[in-house]
Design a protein around this ligand. Structure first.
Ligand SMILES: [Zn+2]
Ligand SMILES: [Zn+2]
Length: 293
């Protein structure tokens, strides 16, 4: 163990500052690149989208503060104190347990994303993220508060089962946040760079395919940070969207009007039973319809 053990409160504070500091840095960089090298012209009012996306972020932060925001971190501290979890039983060097834990958490998040598309009850929550009609760095933070809470509890279970070190939990959360901003960024960059980056990491061009309105494209590229899980599990979509990155319609095929996608509508979206959501959000007849922006 090369790092000093952090106390519960030191770590909690450090986690909050680190996440916020790195998040602001990554967000400003992404916003700057989006301003100078945009990939797609906006199809919707950016002001309206940003107002909605940042309102959702505010609600998410508030809900986490009032409930189990630090659950994964606190579980790690508890597991460390009580010697819980598989990694505490194995006598491995710190760097190796940290690597195993990091890979396991990233794979778990990949699997959660796959399940969010496969299971109707989770799709109801996750469809709020997909309802954005354009994507940019702000879309990477736009999730229904219930999806955030479920994700936190799910991560805490993995942390408890493995006995993940609190430092690894902090590092993972910081990287996951930064990566979510980066993969949603609307930035133009050379294809060659994309091919190199996506050997290991999820890239904006990769994740844009995932936001296509076409089901066959949407059900690919589920990774958030490492791209290896998509490649290993056969969900990697290497080619650009059929309509091209600049023209592809983004969002949900059955919710195309920005005026009907306000903050309240998004918060209520998981609880609305429509013909589409009842049959997993994307019934084949809806998908086969031509979607136009
Ligand atoms: Zn998704
Ligand atoms: Zn996304």
């Amino acid at each position: 163990m090369y790092f000093k053990r952090v106390t519960k409160y030191e770590g909690q504070r450090m986690e909050a500052y680190l996440r916020l500091g790195i998040f602001i840095g990554v967000y400003l960089l992404a916003a700057l690149l989006e301003a100078y090298f945009p990939k797609r012209p906006p199809t919707q009012s950016r002001r309206t989208r940003w107002r909605i996306n940042f309102s959702l972020v505010g609600i998410d932060i508030l809900v986490q503060r009032l409930t189990v925001g630090a659950a994964a971190y606190l579980t790690a501290v508890y597991a460390q104190t009580h010697g819980w979890g598989l990694l505490h039983v194995l006598d491995l060097p710190f760097w190796l347990t940290a690597l195993i834990a990091f890979l396991a958490l990233d794979f778990a998040i990949y699997l959660q994303h796959v399940m969010s598309h496969a299971l109707p009850v989770f799709w109801r929550l996750h469809s709020v993220h997909h309802a954005d009609l354009d994507i940019d760095a702000s879309s990477g933070l736009r999730f229904h508060p219930l999806e955030i809470l479920i994700s936190l509890l799910y991560k805490s279970l993995i942390v408890a089962a493995l006995g993940v070190d609190p430092w690894v939990v902090i590092a993972f959360e910081v990287i996951l946040n930064g990566s979510a901003v980066f993969t949603h960024a609307n930035i133009r960059y050379p294809d060659k760079l994309d091919s190199w980056l996506r050997l290991l990491l999820c890239t904006p061009n990769m994740h844009r395919v995932h936001h296509s309105t076409s089901r066959d494209e949407m059900d690919t590229n589920f990774g958030f940070f490492l791209s290896i899980w998509d490649r290993l599990c056969g969900t990697h979509h290497r080619a650009p969207p059929r309509a091209g990155h600049e023209k592809v319609a983004l969002g949900l095929p059955y919710a195309r009007e920005q005026s009907k996608l306000g903050l309240i509508a998004l918060l209520m979206m998981p609880f609305r039973v429509t013909r589409q959501t009842a049959s997993l959000g994307l019934s084949p007849d809806v998908v086969s319809n031509e979607v136009k922006n």
